[in-house]
Each structure stands twice: as structure tokens, then as C-alpha cells.
Design a protein around this ligand. Structure first.
Ligand code: FES
Length: 152
């Protein structure tokens, strides 16, 4: 069936009438045109679709859009300002923390959320905390360096 949903995406009020089966990922990409959030597996296994829901990282492919009624959602498009990258985005650039770039939005959204999570400071701790974000190019060493640069 259809349902009405109102939420805030990157600080903007959004309202839509949606099939209740539409995922937050499809809603962001296909209804709002926010294609910075990527679809990898569509099954919660790769992290490419990571966004912030009420400030916490979620796999948008696993969230039904209609369950986000009244919620705050942030995507990669909402990070930083028009004039400046978010420090995590800047760190990914400076540490060359990507190859093809497909997983990068999810990596960055995950890493930004991680700044507010309890997490030990070691490389192993950060690798574990970032383990839900898969990089097929294997850019993990530089991703780790970028994340640690911002955390330290
Ligand atoms: Fe959502 Fe892979 S597309 S976790």
C-alpha cells in the first residue's frame, strides 16, 4: 500500500507518498535524486549505502523509507558546506583513500558517525568499527590512515 512520509533530509523538509516497500536507499536516490549514496549489495552486506539516521549510521538499503517519519537523515551531499569539505572528506582526499570511489560515500558516512561512537584508538579498533564497509579495490590502508588522521 501507499503511505505518507515526512522527514528531514540534509536539513530540508521532504514529504512524499510512497509504496511502503520502498527502501530509504531507493527513496534517496530515485525520489530525491541524491545519488551520492550508492547501492552495492542491497542486502546490508557492503556498506555502500551508509547514511545517518538520527545521527547514527545505518545501511539505507535495510531501512524502509516510511519508517523514517519525522526523522533526520543525512547523506554525503549534506556533509561539509558549499565552501568546504567536511574534515573527513578532506582527509580521504589527502590520504588518497579510494580507488574507484564507489564505496567512498559509505566509508565517509560511516567514519563520520564513528567519531561519535565509543571506539578504542588503535588501528585494530578502527578496522573493526569500519568492517561493515567493504572496498573491492582494497584501499583499506589509506582509508584507515584517513580515519585515524581525523580521530587523532
Ligand atoms: Fe546497502 Fe550494500 S547496498 S549494505
Amino acid at each position: 500500500g501507499l503511505a505518507e512520509v515526512r522527514l528531514r533530509v540534509n536539513g530540508n523538509d521532504v514529504q512524499a507518498r510512497l509504496d511502503t516497500r520502498v527502501s530509504l536507499l531507493d527513496f534517496l536516490r530515485e525520489h530525491l535524486g541524491l545519488t551520492g549514496t550508492k547501492r552495492g549489495c542491497d542486502h546490508g552486506q557492503c556498506g555502500a549505502c551508509t547514511v545517518h539516521l538520527e545521527g547514527r549510521r545505518v545501511n539505507a538499503c535495510l531501512v524502509l523509507a516510511v519508517t523514517c517519519e519525522g526523522a533526520q537523515v543525512q547523506t554525503i551531499e549534506g556533509l561539509g558546506t558549499p565552501d568546504a569539505l567536511h574534515p573527513m572528506q578532506q582527509a580521504f582526499v589527502e590520504h588518497d583513500a579510494l580507488q574507484c570511489g564507489y564505496c567512498t560515500s559509505g566509508q565517509i558516512m560511516s567514519a563520520v558517525a564513528l567519531l561519535d561512537e565509543p571506539c578504542g584508538g588503535s588501528d585494530a579498533d578502527v578496522r573493526e568499527a569500519m568492517s561493515g564497509n567493504i572496498c573491492r579495490c582494497g584501499a583499506y590502508a589509506n582509508i584507515l590512515a584517513a580515519v585515524q588522521h581525523v580521530r587523532r
